[in-house]
Write a protein that binds this ligand. Sequence first.
Ligand SMILES: Cc1cc2nc3c(=O)[nH]c(=O)nc-3n(C[C@H](O)[C@H](O)[C@H](O)COP(=O)(O)O)c2cc1C
Length: 367
Amino acid sequence: MAVGETAGRLASAREGQQWLGSLLYRSEATRPPDEAALDALLLQARARNRALGVTGMLLFDGRQFLQLLEGPPDAVEAVWKSIRQDPRHHDIRILGQTVLPARLCAGWDMQFFAHAAGPFHDRLARGFGRAELGAEAAQAACLARDGAPERIAASLADLVARGHARAALVAHVLEPAARLLGDAWLRDEIGEFDLALALGMLQQAAHALYHAAVPLRRPAQAHHRVLLATAPGETHLTGLCFLARLFDEAGWETDVAFPVRNSELVAGLLAARPDAVDIALSDALPRAEALQSLRETVRCCREAWPDDSLVISVGGRLFAERRASAEDCGADHGRTSVLETPEVLARLVERHRLTCACGSLPRPLRH
Ligand SMILES: Cc1cc2nc3c(=O)[nH]c(=O)nc-3n(C[C@H](O)[C@H](O)[C@H](O)COP(=O)(O)O)c2cc1C
């Protein structure tokens, strides 16, 4: 993929002054579409989405659809008006509707994932606390599984009213909930589609948590810039979505990327030129097998960077459970939670700047 194309996959959190609308829904196919019918649907959807500036993601498990639409609010509304009248599906249920500071699916006029074994499976291969809060995390996981993000949001709003910090709630309720859902998948209690759907519910709850509390204003000038990327090929976006909220609140300029290969991530880095990059593995699944390729990813990023100034952070369940550390993959920081990540990375960025300005200083201590 060319640099220009990769740059197109990066979403600036600052699309002018406009906030983006997003809508997540699920539905059931009226009758199982064959591959030709799905291709026709996607062709039609992508052409219109591209024309309207709508991006998103469509999941299909052979029976149900799960779709995320994002873009200028009027455009999302226009597309949604057509979709909800479309006879090819029924039992349509809105799972979340919110405004976003940045696109989560930039560059995807409609990325398609099929999670069913069978004729569509190869597309998937190509595609893409604290004790007191423990009960809340378990409840959030159940509500996410049952498709009730508004109930998770209501319970989080209640905790905020009782004095809990939003970032702490993400760290001690939503992140453990993602791991609980991962456990359910590992025990074969839920399918891959249900896991993806439930993780989407947690993302919606995080958006609602911040949308309710943070005024829609932008800092006059961001001091730091971060690229939040999924590890190449990683399909779970939860950690990245949580982090986007925290970095935005902390006043960072935030870009996001969903690279499929290391070369795409490197091209994206060179295009965005951030102070720091966070590379996220799944928040739900351990992904122990991904450690070696993550090490290679970090090496590629270091090699491509002209000096020592780039701060590289890695995260995901693998690090949250301390089964791996930053040192294991050559990163500067291995986050065990999203909590305080913007603060830690800001400190590391300042140290690296100092190191680069005074070449004689030793490389900063690994955090
Ligand atoms: C599950 C599903 C998802 C769809 N997603 C989109 C989409 O993202 N964008 C889009 O323009 N049309 C999408 N469509 C097709 C629309 O429903 C509609 O047929 C198309 O936009 C043409 O609109 P019109 O009939 O109002 O001209 C989707 C249809 C289905 C069944």
